[in-house]
Design a protein around this ligand. Structure first.
Ligand SMILES: NC(=O)c1ccc[n+]([C@@H]2O[C@H](COP(=O)([O-])OP(=O)(O)OC[C@H]3O[C@@H](n4cnc5c(N)ncnc54)[C@H](O)[C@@H]3O)[C@@H](O)[C@H]2O)c1
Length: 334
């Protein structure tokens, strides 16, 4: 069991604490936030010892691990400090906003002997997406040809969701919902089709409900020769479809659950015999599944689903999307 502290008890930090209530791998005893007044009630309710000093937390020998759920721009300094203090680290996504930053973070983790670094891409644990990956690994799709996705939500424009101001700052969170949704997709894509060689991104503002560009579309060329496509819209209700096409069949995963929406997912497949199958998957606590697997692996039990290289490559893809959207050019990723 890891004694962990959640750093940043905002929207997602609270989700993580709640998700870990039944964890047998992680006990959340402490929380740190710079805005104590806004999180005290939640911390009291969940029996979490609260503080506003990250340095004091890192000096506490009773804390084994930090779970960093702070705005993206804060991740680097907090990972560097945690690595220097010898804590296990789980960092929310995106791991970093630039390759240079990600390399500094990973080098600090290497220096501290941290073989496993947790990352908040829990979507890889969604049962329908796991099932699609199982089909791929079993060769059911035949030669993988193309992969595409539209993953969108309007959580940051809804009156009921008070999105933090940094979410709408293009420096801290570029291109609409790219760092909220798109990075989950690029992570899933690389787990399916391998590294991205080059990409071309475009972005535009279609709805003035979001104070910046609300649409980003990306065309991918993977090193494997597979092609890909992704669209994220920041101003339409939740939608998630991921499609995988091969010369032996195709699969379409439709996720209908998103944080406060709990509805079953489906995986539709069609093979060469033209038979259509639709499998339904009940919502699972994928946040806990990811964190538990990280915690077990960090304690030497089992593997973690994300490699160090994939952590870095997903940041390379993010940086390339931003560069391509700015220049309008196709950009090499590696
Ligand atoms: N894995 C997922 O599906 C998922 C979903 C949502 C958010 N996230 C990630 O979680 C992170 C936080 O997102 P959010 O929506 O919860 O943001 P938020 O603004 O709601 O919460 C951030 C919290 O961090 C606190 N904070 C800011 N600077 C801090 C510092 N230096 N030290 C300690 N606390 C600090 C803020 O006071 C706030 O309470 C982001 O990186 C985001 O991408 C991941």
């Amino acid at each position: 069991m890891l004694n962990a502290a959640v750093v940043g008890l905002g929207w997602w930090g609270k989700q993580i604490v709640t998700s870990l209530a039944d964890s047998t791998e992680i006990s959340v005893r402490n929380g740190v936030d710079v805005d104590l007044d806004s999180v005290r009630g939640f911390a009291d309710l969940h029996g979490i010892e609260l503080g506003d000093s990250y340095d004091e937390l890192l000096a506490d020998d009773a804390i084994d691990a930090v779970i960093l759920v702070t705005p993206h721009a804060v991740h680097e300094e907090q990972v560097l400090a945690a690595a220097a203090a010898g804590k296990q680290i789980f960092c929310e996504k995106p791991f970093a906003l630039s390759i240079e930053s990600a390399l500094r973070m990973l080098e600090a983790c290497d220096k501290a002997g941290l073989g496993i670094v947790g990352i908040g891409h829990e979507r890889r644990f969604e049962p329908a997406l796991e099932a699609m990956k199982t089909h791929l690994d079993a060769g059911d799709f035949g030669t993988l040809i193309h992969i595409e996705c539209n993953w969108s939500h309007n959580n940051f424009t809804k009156a009921s969701t008070s999105a933090s101001t940094w979410r709408k700052d293009s420096k801290q969170a570029p291109l609409g919902t790219l760092t909220a949704l798109g990075v989950h997709i690029t992570d899933y894509f690389q787990s399916m089709a391998g590294p991205v060689a080059s990409l071309r991104a475009t972005t535009t503002q279609r709805s003035d409900l979001f104070p910046g560009n609300d649409v980003v579309v990306v065309q991918f060329g993977f090193e494997s020769g597979v092609t890909g496509f992704m669209c994220n819209i920041a101003t339409t209700p939740f939608h998630s479809t991921i499609k995988v096409f091969g010369d032996n069949g195709w699969g379409e995963a439709r996720e209908n659950s998103n944080v406060d929406i709990s509805e079953p997912a489906t995986l539709t497949t069609r093979w060469l015999d033209e038979e259509l199958t639709i499998q339904t998957y009940q919502p699972q606590n994928v946040v806990r599944a990811n964190l538990d697997q990280w915690a077990a692996a960090a304690q030497g039990r089992g593997d973690y689903r994300f490699t160090r290289d994939q952590l870095l490559h997903n940041v390379e893809i993010l940086q390339a999307i931003v560069a391509s959207a700015e220049s309008g050019d196709e950009v090499s990723v590696r």
